[in-house]
Ligand binder design. Structure first.
Ligand code: PGA
Length: 250
């Protein structure tokens, strides 16, 4: 049985002070919800203070990005070992990073390897654009992203990580993919290629999230899909109703 996992991707929102006030507001409510992993992913600068505020809880902390190198001349970047004192998770290859910061499948693969080498659980994002969706290219594109992201990993590593399927046209648009549509793409284009690469046993262990305008009202429908194990939540993770969302996911 896969433990479901809901992660809040705060993106470039909340100062460190606002972040701490917010997690203090939601931590008790979130802690009462059992049988599901809960994660918040604040901006880098807020991570140490948020980790401190969540110390005595089971709520995980994730970063929104990292560099794949161990250290070096990469102005403005952070390495995995800078995150590990505070984080258990790291989002890798979010579509906004791929689109605005030229992240490639190859870079995503390197980051996944570096995160795993440092004991961080990667949340690897994949998903097609509206044009690709309309052209019927979803399955080929998404399964290609999955294969590239996981190339060279061991089955054990793959079993431990999280993948978020986020159709780009559904992110921040209020236009979510239908649960049946998301469930079927996740089964065919995410779990399917994992089974081909690493075996059915491994594919059954990987937790796969849906992402894209998930909220407290629609989350239960996604969770009812057998291949959907949680959600990566943007906008709806910034408000106290995030507790409701997690509650409605179990
Ligand atoms: P959204 O963002 O929930 O605001 O659509 C999801 C994401 O980008 O992870």
């Amino acid at each position: 049985m896969r433990t479901p996992i809901i992660a809040g991707n705060w993106k470039m929102n909340k100062t460190a002070e606002e972040a701490v006030a917010f997690v203090r507001e939601i931590r008790n409510g979130l802690s009462q919800i059992k049988g599901i992993d809960k994660v918040v992913c604040p901006p880098f600068i807020a991570i140490p203070a948020v980790a401190d505020a969540l110390q005595a809880t089971e709520i995980g902390v994730g970063a929104q990005n990292m560099h794949f190198a161990e250290n070096g001349a990469y102005t403005g970047e952070l390495a995995a070992n800078m995150l590990t004192p505070y984080c258990q998770y790291v989002i890798i290859g979010h579509s906004e990073r791929r689109e605005y910061f030229n992240e490639t499948d190859e870079g995503v693969n390197k980051k996944a390897k570096a995160a795993l080498a440092h004991g961080l659980t990667p949340i690897i994002c994949v998903g097609e654009s509206l044009a690709q969706n309309e052209a019927g290219e979803t399955q080929a594109f998404v399964s290609g992203q999955v294969r590239a992201a996981l190339a060279g990993l061991t089955a054990e590593q793959v079993a431990s990580l999280v993948i978020a399927y986020e159709p780009i046209w559904a992110i921040g648009t209020g236009k979510s993919a239908s649960a049946a549509q998301a469930g079927s793409i996740i089964g065919l284009s995410v779990r399917g290629p994992i089974a081909e690469m690493f075996g059915e046993d491994t594919a059954q262990k990987v937790r796969i999230q849906y992402g894209g305008s998930a909220n407290e009202k629609n989350i239960a429908e996604y969770m009812a899909q057998p291949d959907i194990d949680g959600a990566l939540v943007g906008g709806a993770s910034l408000k106290a109703s995030f507790v409701e969302l997690v509650k409605n996911a179990v």
